[in-house]
Design a binder for this molecule. Structure first.
Ligand code: C2O
Length: 539
């Protein structure tokens, strides 16, 4: 196996989109950032120098980080941020993972522009479980603001209101020519008639699940979140922030130019979202560039049926890996909410003296500020976190019914839940109707979990488990919790460390839609981990 060394310099750069100049944070002046290409089993050593003006940390989304939680990246969870002028080297090995993942900043809203693809090829001498495509393209969906995203976030947090929505969606950092003042800013994907190519689709958008389609072309899904799936063919892909989906496409149409397009899937009525459409162009060789491309049919923004039907088709190609016995049976409600601003520590200027909040089991997660949870755990520093995250909601209620207002007030805290190393874990993620119904793409760091079941309404512990797929459920690192419903996941807690679980809509993390697992290796200690790198940033 090889070791790959990279230098990532976080630096500001002026970019022009939609006739608007913005100074954005980048890696090495690239937007999107560099694509990392490795093989399964390789080691990555990435020296990050912060030449920007904000604190930052980088996360390798979906990488399991076995025995190297120090390299996972979420600020104040596994490390203190890298300060302006600071340097930190991330070092980790890819263990038994293949496919498309990505990397992004894990500090405030910096991931709006600081992101890139992470492509893991099979080991030398092994191959894909599908015919080798003639070429491959990363296709990264993102969002563009005509303002500094850090200012958008700051304003939202100060006012307690929902943040401004983005001004455009993007494909490989280009909005596409359907936007005003954007005719030159379109990504082109050149192909030859008859060839079959692989698109590595990544949703790096900050706050939006997206539908994606290609005019006149079908897509065959073969992998998601770096796990191979049984191939299935579709006209439309729904992808949540954090998720990746690999599709094979055959250029079997008359030579020409075809739009590839993405637009919002937003299941929440009354919640503001960017309703624009981003495009790129699939361009056959020798097609006339003057011809106007055809647009694909995209579902309407609130087409939950299409989104759910698509997600339900995923099946793993692996069998017999799902934990059948359960040691930890957890039930987490995923809530949005509004709380009164007069509550201590929650000052704001929002209308009606309330601000938005979000919580899991009624705990609104607060990041520590004086240390990271992992460092505090490793060094036994008290006062940074508490271990009383509740395994079930403090009160039971009709989660998807008419929820009484009294249940909208969560408790702020930095609460973690302890898992014994090696335990078999099941979590029911129950979406609630508090304030509004929205699909939350829930991401777990340090693990791949199996999505064993999903359903509408309140989870029924007596009848629903009988319908679980324990044979070939998909393995993922990010799963949407269906609006007005629930999803069941399982994993074996075989990776010691401190692992964040959160909604990958970044506005919801800011409101507290997160919790942390502490997976102990031995008797309440993490000593068997690799010791912290000497250059690990201090707070
Ligand atoms: Cu891709 Cu915690 O994030």
């Amino acid at each position: 196996a090889a070791t790959h060394h990279h230098n990532f310099v976080i630096q500001p750069k002026s970019e022009r989109r939609l006739c608007n100049n913005q100074v954005i944070m980048t890696v090495n002046g690239q937007f999107p950032g560099p694509t990392l290409e490795v093989r399964n089993g390789d080691t990555l050593v990435i020296k990050v120098t912060n030449a920007g003006k904000y604190n930052i940390s980088l996360h390798w989304h979906g990488i399991r980080q076995m025995r190297t939680p120090w390299a996972d990246g979420p600020e104040y969870v596994t490390q203190c941020p890298i300060r302006p002028g600071g340097i930190y080297t991330y070092r980790f090995t890819i263990e038994d993972q293949e496919g498309t993942l990505w990397w992004h900043a894990h500090s405030k809203w910096l991931r709006a522009t600081v992101y890139g693809a992470l492509v893991i090829y099979p080991k030398l001498g092994s191959s894909y479980p599908f015919p080798k495509p003639s070429k491959e393209f990363p296709l990264i969906l993102g969002e563009w603001w005509n303002r500094d995203p850090m200012q958008v976030l700051r304003q939202a947090m100060v006012t307690g209101a929902a943040p401004n929505v983005s001004d455009a969606y993007t494909i490989n950092a280009q909005p596409g020519d359907l936007y005003a003042c954007s005719s030159q800013d379109t990504s082109i994907f050149p192909v030859k008639s008859g060839e079959t190519f692989l698109l590595r689709i990544i949703n790096a958008a900050l706050n939006q699940q997206l539908f994606f389609a290609i005019a006149n072309h079908q897509m065959t899904v073969v992998e998601a979140d770096a796990a191979y799936t049984k191939p299935f063919t579709t006209n439309v892909v729904m992808i949540g922030p954090g998720q990746t989906t690999n599709v094979l496409v055959t250029a079997n149409q008359p030579p020409g130019r075809y739009y590839m397009a993405a637009t919002a899937y937003a299941s929440a009525p009354g919640v503001a979202f960017d309703n624009t459409t981003t495009t790129a162009i699939l361009e056959y060789r020798r097609s006339r560039s003057s011809s106007r491309p055809v647009l694909p049919q995209l579902p309407v923004w609130n087409d939950t049926n299409t989104a759910n039907a698509f997600t339900a088709r995923f099946r793993s190609i692996y069998r017999g890996k799902v934990p059948l016995r359960i040691d930890e049976n957890l039930f987490f409600t995923i809530n949005l909410g509004q709380i009164n601003c007069s509550r201590p520590s929650f000052r704001c200027q929002a209308p009606n003296n309330t601000r938005f909040t979000a919580s899991m089991n009624n705990v609104s997660f607060m990041l520590p500020t004086r240390n990271s949870i992992l460092q505090a755990m490793y060094q036994n520093t008290p006062g940074v976190f508490t271990t009383d995250f509740p395994p079930v909601p403090p009160v039971q209620f009709d989660y998807t019914g008419n929820v009484s207002r009294g249940l909208w007030t969560p408790v702020p805290g930095t609460k973690v839940y302890r898992l014994k190393f090696g335990s078999h874990v099941q979590i029911i993620l129950q979406n609630t109707n508090i304030v509004t119904v929205e699909d939350h793409p829930m991401h777990l760091h340090g693990y791949h979990f199996f999505v064993v079941g999903t359903g509408k309404g309140n989870f029924n512990p007596t009848t629903d488990p009988a319908r679980f797929n324990l044979v070939d459920p998909p393995a993922r690192n990010t799963v949407g919790t269906t609006p007005g419903g629930w999803v069941a996941i399982r994993f074996v807690a075989d990776n010691p460390g401190v692992w964040l679980m959160h909604c990958h809509l970044d506005v919801h993390i800011g409101w507290g839609l997160a919790m942390v697992f502490l997976v102990e290796n031995g008797v309440g200690q993490l000593q068997s981990l690799e010791s912290p790198p000497l250059d690990l940033p201090q707070c």
